[in-house]
Write a protein that binds this ligand. Structure first.
Ligand SMILES: [Mg+2]
Length: 262
């Protein structure tokens, strides 16, 4: 029963904002759940948690803290540290990934245990280095997130940018290595967030805008799910194969507030 929900995991882009534009009722929704356990989870490995906190405040959505933000980059660094304390890595990606990894492991392009691919500029030399580490030094290939593409902008113009799943392809194709992915719909990111708020999956509601990642991954773990059709997935669109009907399926946050009787 949805009335048994004790806490919330929230995706952000497409749920609370689009790029730099807050969505209707985003601040109202966050105010309504303020007294309950919640955590934001994002496949975006580029922004460090402090910058996510700053963005949520700047858009007037919620004043929160870094403990409530679990990014794919942070979850990747934690997962590697748990498997291989003091791990050595070679990483390709943005500020959020490099900072997360540097806090828990050692950058070592000569003897890396892991080649870690996030999102951001990718040059030919980095591909060559990563391939050599995988083929000749036994490095494992890790992807922060499997998204084929992500929404972005250049010079004010909206563009589709390659996601972590696209950027890891040269390493995977050239070596035959099968990457391990940390972000949604894989379970690691959800588990990291559930651990932070101290709840079991069945007690928690995942709120997201993408059936194929946010909702599917949460269903696999036994969480309750709410699909908000304000992102890439619009009202009236049929669910993709393999995704069961979410517990709540609404057109926006106003309807979610009503459905949860907040
Ligand atoms: Mg989203």
């Amino acid at each position: 029963m949805i009335s048994d929900v004790k806490g919330f995991l929230l995706d952000m882009d497409g749920v609370l904002y689009h790029g730099d534009r807050p969505l209707p009722q985003a601040a109202d929704f966050m105010a309504a759940i303020a007294g309950r356990p919640y955590c934001f989870i994002t496949n975006n490995p580029v922004l460090p948690p402090e910058k996510v906190v700053a963005k949520l405040a700047r858009l007037g959505i919620v004043e929160t803290t870094t403990e409530r933000i679990v990014t794919a980059a942070e979850a990747t660094a934690d997962w590697l540290a748990a498997r291989t304390p003091g791990f050595r890595y070679f990483a390709v990606g943005g500020e959020g990934l490099h900072r997360a990894l540097a806090g828990r492991g050692h950058e070592d392009p000569g003897h890396a245990d892991y080649v870690v691919v996030g999102e951001g500029a990718l040059d030919f030399d980095a591909i060559v280095t990563g391939i050599d580490l995988i083929l000749h030094h036994g490095a494992k290939l890790i992807g922060t997130n499997p998204d084929a593409s992500v929404d972005g902008s250049r010079g004010g113009r909206a563009l589709v940018l390659p996601g972590g799943g696209a950027l890891i392809a040269p390493f995977a194709v050239a070596t035959g290595a099968r990457p391990v992915f940390i972000g949604k719909p894989e379970p690691v990111l959800y588990r990291a967030a559930l651990q932070r708020i101290g709840l079991m999956p069945a007690d928690c509601l995942m709120i997201g805008d993408r059936p194929d990642t946010d909702i599917l991954g949460a269903q696999r773990l036994g969480m309750k799910t709410a699909l908000v059709r304000t992102g890439r997935f619009g009202p009236g669109e049929a669910l993709p194969p393999g995704v069961a009907a979410p517990d709540i399926d609404v057109g926006g946050l106003a309807d979610l507030i009503a459905a949860l009787r907040l």
